[in-house]
Ligand binder design. Structure first.
Ligand code: NAI
Length: 707
C-alpha cells in the first residue's frame, strides 16, 4: 500500500488513515491507497466495519489546486474520484468517516461517500470550488442535496462558504459530533453500526424535495447569483448540477456534473480565479527580503488624525486586539471622529457581525488624546492627517522626537513622497507608507509603500502585520499615486473623455459594470468625492504638458459645487439615501460645454468605451511594472481586485490583458494613439512583449525589478 495511506485494526474495526501532510490533499497515491485498503477490508472476515480518518491536523482539506492547472494543460485527465467513491459506498461493511479540521471540496465528497460521518465540534465542511470558478467534480452536487436537502446544498455550492460541525449535524451532513478523542469516538460509533444495513448516500432520495418546492429554490438561487455574483458562471453551473440531482437518476446527474465541471475548469473564469488564488499568496514573496527576516513586535500603536481614514485605521488596529492612541488636533474633531467610530461599531452589532460586548472591548482599546503623551511607548504610529507635505513633515519631526528609537513611523498619504516625509526624521529606515483604502475598516487592500531607505525588517514586519489586520498587503514603490491611484488616473481620464466625446454618462458606467467592475468610473468618482481629484489637479496643474488634452467636465462640475454623493449631486443626482439617478441638467451642461470647446460628438460603442478605459489602465500598469514600482504583474492584479472592484473572475487588469493577447492590446493602444495623440503612447514594455509574443505574467517570473 502507498505510504500515504495506512490500514490498521482495532479488533473488529479497521482504521484507514490518510497521511499526506500538510492537509491530506487527495494527490496521486492517496485514492489508490484507500482503494487497496478497501480490498483488504473486504477480504478480512474479522473486520465488521471500517473507519476513514485523516492523520495530522485535518481530514482531507481539499484538492491540490495545482492539479487543476495540470488538467487544463492537458497533462492529466482521468476518471477522477467517482469510481473510488462508488467503491466506498458499495462496501459490504459500513464505512464511517471521521472528520477533524476541515473536509472541503473533494474532502467532503469523499466523506459523503461513506455510510456515516462523525466530526469533532471544531470541524468544518464545505464545497468551496465556486471560489475557484468551478463546481464539485466528484458527485458533491449529487450527494450533498441527498444529505442536507436541496436548499442547503444550493447555498453551500453557490457561496462556497464553510459550515461548522454543529450546523452540519443539524442538516444531516454528519451524523454525530464526537467529544474527546476522535479515533476513540469513531471506533465506538463503528461498533454500534457494525453488522447493520449501511445506508448508501446515493440511494437516499428522501430530502430531494418535490418539483414545486424545488422550482422556487432554484429560481431564487439563480436570481441571487445573478445579482450577488454578477457575471460568474460557476454558481449557475452548481445550481444546474444540483437541479439534475432532483430530476435525474444518480448516475446521469453525475454525468451532467462532470460535463459542467469540465466546462468550468476550462473556462477563462476559472483560470483567472486560480491565478488570483496563487497571486494572493505570492504577494508576500519579496525577493530581497528573505522569509526569515526578523520582525519587529507590534503590541501597541498610535494614529494621528481621527478623520475618514484615521478613525477607520484605529478600528482596524483595535479589531486585531492592538491598543491604539488616537490623536487629533482639537477636541471637536476628536469628538466627531469618536462618534463615527462608535456608530460604526453599533452598526456592526446591529447587523450581527459581533456582540455588543466585543464592540465595547474594541472601543476600549482606542484611547482618544490631544497630546503626544504615551507616544514614547508605542511600537507603531500611522499618520492620517490632512494631505499636505508641510504638515506631514512637521508631524514626522514631532514623532521622531517623541517616539522610542525602535518605533516604526508610517504615513497613510495617498499621493506624497514617502522619501520626502522620511527626510523630516533621523530614522528614514523606520519610515514607510501604509496606504489604506476607504473605508479602511472594510477594504481589504493595503499598499505598503517602500521608501528608498526603508529597512527590510520594517518591510517584513508590515507584510506580516497586514495579515494580522486581515488585509492583503502589497509592496509598492514610491511613485506619485503609488500603483493603484497612478493607474486609476488614466482610467478615469478616458471615462471623462468619452463623456466629452458624446458617449453618455450612464453608458460609460454601464460598459464597465457590464465588463464586471463593481462600479462604473464616473459613479466611483461621485462616491469618493469629485473634489478630491479636482484639488489634486489644481495642485499639480503646473506639471501638465501644454497642448495635451485634459478632461474638463469634472472640474466644471466641481466649480458648480457638484462634488458627488456628499453634496447630493455630481455626475448623477442623489436622493437622501444616496441612490443615484441620471440628471438631465448635467447632460445639458455637458452638451453646452463641449459645443463651446468644439469637441465633435459621435456614437461610441460599449466595446470602445471598455477598451479605452481598460487599456489605459493596462498601459499605465505596464509602465509601473517596467519602472519597478510593482514587483510583479500579479501584484497589480491583486491591488485592482481588492481595492478597485476589478472582477476577480477576469484575474486583474494585467492578467486580463494577457488573456486578450498583448499583441491585440498593443495594436488597439496604437490605434488610440493615432486617434488621440501622445497620451496613448504605448508603454515600452507592452510594445516589447507584444512583439515577442510574451505575457505580463512572464515578466513577473523573469525580470521583476525590486519595488
Ligand atoms: P480627513 O480630513 O477626513 O481627516 C484628517 C484629520 O486629521 C482631521 O480630522 C484633522 O483634524 C486631523 N488633523 C490634521 N492635522 C492634525 C494634527 N497635526 N494632529 C492630529 N490630527 C490632525 O482626511 P482623510 O480623508 O481621513 O485623509 C487623511 C489622509 O489619508 C490623507 O493623507 C489622505 O490623502 C489619505 N488617504 C485618504 C483616503 C480617502 O479616501 N479619504 C484614502 C487613502 C488615503
Amino acid at each position: 500500500m502507498s505510504d500515504l495511506v495506512q490500514l490498521t485494526k482495532q479488533n473488529d474495526i479497521a482504521v484507514i488513515t490518510i497521511n499526506n501532510p500538510p492537509v491530506n490533499a487527495l494527490s496521486p497515491g492517496v485514492p489508490e491507497g484507500i482503494s487497496e485498503a478497501l480490498d483488504q477490508i473486504e477480504k478480512d472476515d474479522a473486520v465488521k466495519a471500517a473507519v476513514l480518518i485523516g492523520g495530522g491536523r485535518t481530514f482531507v482539506a481539499g484538492a491540490d489546486i495545482k492539479e487543476f492547472g495540470k488538467m487544463t494543460a492537458g497533462k492529466k485527465r482521468g476518471a477522477g474520484l467517482l469510481p473510488l467513491l462508488l467503491k466506498i459506498e458499495d462496501s459490504t461493511k459500513p464505512i464511517i468517516v471521521a472528520i477533524h479540521g476541515t473536509a472541503f471540496g473533494c474532502g467532503l465528497e469523499l466523506a459523503m461517500a461513506g455510510h456515516y460521518r462523525v466530526a469533532l465540534a471544531s470541524a468544518q465542511v464545505g464545497q468551496p470550488e465556486v471560489k475557484l470558478g468551478i463546481i464539485p467534480g466528484a458527485a458533491g452536487t449529487q450527494r450533498l442535496p441527498r444529505l442536507a436537502g436541496v436548499a442547503k446544498a444550493v447555498e453551500m455550492c453557490t457561496t462556497g462558504n464553510p459550515v461548522k460541525a454543529e450546523e452540519a449535524l443539524k442538516f444531516g451532513i454528519i451524523d454525530k459530533i464526537i467529544d474527546g478523542d476522535l479515533l476513540t469516538g469513531v471506533v465506538a460509533f463503528a461498533r454500534e453500526v457494525a453488522g447493520k444495513v449501511a445506508p448508501k448516500t446515493r440511494e437516499r432520495n428522501g430530502k430531494l424535495g418535490n418539483t414545486a418546492e424545488n422550482a422556487a429554490v432554484f429560481a431564487g438561487a439563480r436570481e441571487n447569483a445573478a445579482t450577488k455574483q454578477r457575471g460568474l458562471r460557476a454558481p449557475l453551473a452548481a445550481i444546474d448540477a444540483i437541479e439534475a440531482a432532483t430530476t435525474m437518476p444518480f448516475a446521469e446527474g453525475c454525468q451532467l456534473e462532470q460535463k459542467l465541471f469540465i466546462e468550468c475548469l476550462f473556462s477563462d473564469q476559472s483560470k483567472s480565479l486560480i491565478h488570483v488564488f496563487f497571486s494572493e499568496r505570492e504577494v508576500s514573496n519579496i525577493p530581497d527580503v528573505p522569509k526569515d527576516t526578523p520582525l519587529i513586535p507590534i503590541k501597541s500603536a498610535a494614529v494621528i488624525g481621527a478623520g475618514t481614514m484615521g478613525g477607520g485605521i484605529a478600528m482596524v488596529l483595535a479589531n486585531a486586539g492592538i491598543p491604539v492612541l488616537l490623536k487629533e488636533a482639537d477636541q471637536a474633531a476628536l469628538d466627531r471622529g469618536l462618534a463615527t467610530i462608535q456608530s460604526n461599531y453599533a452598526n456592526s452589532v446591529k447587523r450581527g457581525r459581533f456582540t455588543a460586548q466585543v464592540a465595547e472591548e474594541r472601543l476600549k482599546l482606542i484611547k482618544p488624546t490631544l497630546t503626544y503623551e504615551g507616544f514614547a511607548n508605542v511600537d507603531l504610529v500611522i499618520e492620517a492627517a490632512f494631505e499636505g507635505m508641510a504638515l506631514k513633515k512637521e508631524i514626522f519631526k514631532d514623532l521622531d522626537r517623541v517616539c522610542k528609537p525602535t518605533a516604526i513611523l508610517a504615513s497613510n498619504t495617498s499621493t506624497l513622497s514617502i522619501d520626502e516625509i522620511a527626510s523630516a526624521t533621523k530614522r528614514a529606515e523606520s519610515v514607510i507608507g501604509m496606504h489604506f483604502f476607504s473605508p479602511a475598516n472594510v477594504m481589504r487592500l493595503l499598499e505598503i509603500v517602500r521608501g528608498k531607505a526603508t529597512s527590510k525588517e520594517v518591510i517584513a514586519t508590515f507584510m506580516a502585520l497586514s495579515k494580522t489586520l486581515g488585509k492583503v498587503g502589497v509592496l509598492v514603490g514610491n511613485c506619485r499615486g503609488f500603483v493603484g491611484n497612478r493607474m486609476f488616473g488614466p482610467y478615469r481620464r478616458e471615462a471623462q473623455f468619452l463623456v466629452e466625446e458624446g458617449a453618455g454618462i450612464a453608458a460609460v458606467d454601464k460598459a464597465l459594470t457590464d465588463f464586471g467592475m463593481a462600479m462604473g468610473p464616473l459613479a466611483t468618482g461621485d462616491l469618493a468625492g469629485l473634489d478630491v481629484g479636482w484639488r489634486i489637479r489644481k495642485e499639480y496643474r503646473h506639471l501638465e504638458k501644454p497642448g495635451i488634452r485634459q478632461p474638463f467636465a469634472e472640474d466644471k462640475l466641481c466649480e458648480l459645487g457638484r462634488y458627488g454623493q456628499k453634496s447630493g449631486a455630481g455626475w448623477y443626482k442623489y436622493d437622501a439615501s444616496r441612490r443615484a439617478a441620471p440628471d438631465p441638467a448635467v447632460d445639458q451642461l455637458i452638451r453646452d460645454w463641449v459645443a463651446e470647446a468644439g469637441i465633435p460628438q459621435r456614437q461610441i460603442s460599449a466595446e470602445e468605451i471598455a477598451d479605452r478605459c481598460l487599456y489605459a489602465l493596462v498601459n499605465e500598469g505596464a509602465r509601473i511594472l517596467e519602472e519597478g514600482y510593482a514587483l510583479r504583474a500579479s501584484d497589480i492584479d491583486i491591488i485592482y481586485i481588492n481595492g478597485y472592484g476589478f472582477p476577480s473572475y477576469r484575474g486583474g487588469p494585467m492578467w486580463y490583458a494577457d488573456t486578450v493577447g498583448l499583441k491585440q492590446v498593443y495594436e488597439r493602444v496604437m490605434e488610440f494613439q493615432r486617434q488621440h495623440g501622445e497620451i496613448w503612447e504605448p508603454a515600452p514594455l507592452l510594445k516589447r512583449l507584444a512583439e515577442q509574443g510574451r505575457t505580463f505574467a512572464d515578466v513577473g517570473k523573469e525580470e521583476g525589478a525590486a519595488a
